[in-house]
Design a binder for this molecule. Structure first.
Ligand code: NDP
Length: 316
């Protein structure tokens, strides 16, 4: 692809980034997406430091193409993760859920390309000040942690495009090439795709969770736990308990207690569909097959190109 700043920045062929999702994005998924010409990301937020090192080493063996690591800045042992990333020679880091000023300089001093994930214009401006190389703008439709403002991708991308000159990756509600084309129309230069890549043989998610994703219908996900860190998940028994507690006026501390520890692992990795936290985006309503990651990359690119061609005939 000619003149695409994201492809040039990461030295990749196709402007599709696979989101570094907790419990789902290990080396098998990341290397499969990178080998298919996109950019694969290891999701380090659910990995103890020694596991992250092992995952990076396996990814290096599985692909000679560029890949990166996603680091949620809320992670408790973040210093260890950053040290391992540098020691293992990882060249691309996506940071999320925190202030981009904290780690950008340090990572860039070690020759690492830094991208930060934002959900609002004010955070995109902070990214520009922090000196990141590119931004992921993630809308309300996205799974997992999300912004409080509930700005949809359709509204968020043009505003961020106008506010900053940095290369821009759109996320949230993107799993099809037609959705990718819509994001490009709004000013994005690449897309980050999460949910679609959960339903792959290469994803490390539990089979029960993959099956739940392909069975999810319109309206089955919701953005909840806004008093803590807002998160989009599938409505299940655990969510019903959260909803009931909120209706009864539960405080943040009470919700924290109800959430407990390791809910996401229980749901997405151990396959407990009742008690676990099942983080996925709205786009799961359009996903009904478990297919290899490389096939997804090809299908999205073909659908993208067909959509662009079709749109040309619609111009007045
Ligand atoms: P919890 O506090 O509920 O549980 C921590 C989980 O992370 C446990 O399952 C634990 O595994 C695992 N873990 C891995 N490394 C460590 C470590 N160094 N210290 C403690 N636990 C560790 O957190 P969540 O599961 O809700 O979230 C985990 C991380 O993922 C957080 O950093 C969070 O910010 C991030 N996250 C990011 C999202 C996003 O959209 N970017 C979405 C949701 C979470 P074990 O049970 O084996 O001990």
């Amino acid at each position: 692809m000619k003149n695409n700043r994201i492809c040039e920045l990461f030295k990749i062929e196709k402007p599709i980034i696979q989101a570094g999702m907790i419990w789902c994005s290990g080396w098998e998924l990341a290397s499969a997406v990178s080998n298919a010409g996109g950019l694969g990301l290891i999701g380090s937020g659910s990995m103890y430091p020694d596991i992250l090192r092992d995952q990076i080493q396996k990814c290096k063996k599985a692909t000679s193409k560029p890949f990166g690591v996603n680091v949620p800045l809320l992670y408790p042992n973040i210093d260890d993760h950053i040290k391992i990333i540098i020691e293992e020679g990882v060249k691309i880091v996506f940071t999320s859920a925190g202030n981009p000023k904290t780690w950008t300089n340090h990572l860039k001093q070690h020759g690492i390309t830094v991208v930060h994930v934002v959900s609002a214009v004010k955070f995109a401006l902070k990214c520009q000040e922090a000196g990141v190389d590119a931004i992921v703008a993630e809308g309300f439709e996205a799974g997992g942690h999300n912004g409080r403002e509930e700005t949809t991708t359709l509204v968020l991308i043009p505003q961020i495009r106008k506010a900053v000159t940095l290369p821009l990756i759109a996320a949230g509600g993107i799993g099809l090439g037609s959705q990718m084309a819509a994001a490009f129309a709004l000013g994005a230069e690449a897309v980050q795709v999460g949910s679609r890549f959960v339903a792959t043989p290469e994803s490390s998610a539990h089979q029960n969770f993959k099956d739940a994703v392909i069975n999810t219908k319109e309206g089955d996900t919701v953005l909840t736990l806004k008093q803590l860190t807002p998160v989009r998940l599938i409505k299940n028994k655990f969510f019903n308990e959260v909803e009931k507690a909120e209706k009864e006026g539960a405080s943040a501390e009470e919700l924290e207690k109800l959430l407990g520890r390791g809910r996401a692992k229980k749901g997405m990795f151990e396959g407990d569909m009742n008690e676990g936290e099942l983080e996925i985006g709205q786009v799961s309503a359009t996903i009904d097959t478990i297919i290899p990651a490389a096939q997804i990359v090809d299908e999205i690119m073909n659908d993208f190109n067909t959509t662009i061609e079709k749109l040309k005939s619609l111009a007045f």
